[in-house]
Design a protein around this ligand. Structure first.
Ligand SMILES: [Zn+2]
Length: 334
């Protein structure tokens, strides 16, 4: 291949129309899942301070918010339940309550927006008094097998309520297989499992922990979540979940882990979801607030990078703001 002066790369970048003919599109709204936080009550819409533009909703409040989200064509939601601290216990039992806020929300969405995809987060950390993802043993370690028994019950409750799929996020060994068996036995062979298969212990979850009130009271989650410094075992986690019957794999967070998404893309033919986490969302807004960048332009670049790395499904707090992000993109092109 000849270089300069025969080869001039700038020829292909001369005009917006030439560029647009060869560029990839921003992923369509149908590829997005919007993570939402639900609390009990009526008419609740509490701003989440660390995540501007995001709220904790009561089930009816969420239904109102979903009208515009559904009209935009966003694929669906990923539902997180938030309960008051005084209702939490040592084992996370309230997560399995069929009358809990998540099953209530799922039933309501099913009724009002039957087309939306509804995934539910399946983990115990928002329901345990200590904030870990399962019951603790005497030394303070999460008991793997006790946790998966509870997670299986929780998944069946969500499937009974009509969830399209469940999303186990506890990083317990064997949880995908346990959920599959429990849901099949309960007559939910059609319910999808989107596993948080490669989920890292990350410092980018801070704003989420405010939103879901799920910060561990002591210790951290490094004994069950993957290490950002150990990519091979992080990828093995996804391979094991695929073997256990996951329908969709996931990498979380997304932006510091584009290499992991790309490597997983080479290894699997299952769909890959990437979770563009709270810290990745809030830091763009914080920078923009200081005048250090345009939030929507940075969002567009982030989302394109995640898709370019190979993700099919993008779980992002930009989902309910998709039109603002596209608006920013159009300003840049014109
Ligand atoms: Zn958890």
């Amino acid at each position: 291949m000849n270089g300069y002066p025969e080869r001039r790369m700038r020829r292909l970048r001369q005009t917006p129309r030439i560029r647009r003919m060869i560029e990839m599109e921003l992923p369509a709204p149908g590829h997005f899942l919007w993570p939402v936080f639900v609390v009990e009550g009526q008419g609740v819409k509490q701003p989440i301070e660390a995540m501007p533009g995001q709220f904790r909703y009561s089930p009816d409040g969420l239904i109102e918010a979903l009208t515009s989200v559904s009209e935009m064509g966003i694929g669906g939601v990923l539902v997180f339940g938030v309960i008051p601290d005084d209702r939490k216990d040592e084992t996370g039992q309230p997560a399995c309550d069929p009358a809990g806020v998540v099953p209530q929300t799922v039933r309501l969405i099913r009724e009002r927006f039957p087309d939306l995809v509804v995934f539910t987060d399946v983990c115990l950390c928002a329901y345990t008094s200590h904030g870990h993802c399962g019951p603790l043993d005497r030394r303070g370690n999460v008991q793997n097998d006790a946790a998966i028994a509870l997670l299986s019950r929780m998944a069946v409750v969500h499937a009974d309520a009509g969830a399209t799929g469940v999303a186990p996020s506890a990083m317990m060994d064997g949880q995908v297989q346990a959920l599959r068996q429990a849901m099949d036995a309960a007559g939910h062979a059609e319910t999808l499992i989107m596993s948080y298969s490669t989920k890292f212990a990350s410092s980018f979850y801070g704003p989420f922990r405010e939103a879901a009130a799920s910060a561990p009271a002591r210790g951290d989650r490094r004994s069950y979540q993957a290490s950002f410094a150990d990519p091979r075992r992080a990828l093995l986690e996804s391979a094991l979940d695929e073997a256990e019957g996951a329908d969709i794999l996931m990498v979380k967070p997304a932006l510091c882990y584009l290499d992991i998404i790309a490597r997983l893309r080479e290894r699997t033919d299952l769909p890959i979801a990437a979770y563009n986490v709270s810290g990745e969302y809030s830091m763009l807004i914080a920078a923009a607030d200081r005048g250090w960048g345009h939030a929507h332009e940075m969002a567009k670049e982030s989302i394109t990078a995640i898709a370019r790395a190979g993700a099919d499904i993008i779980i992002s707090y930009w989902a309910n703001r998709y039109e603002e992000v596209v608006g920013g993109a159009m300003r840049q092109a014109n």
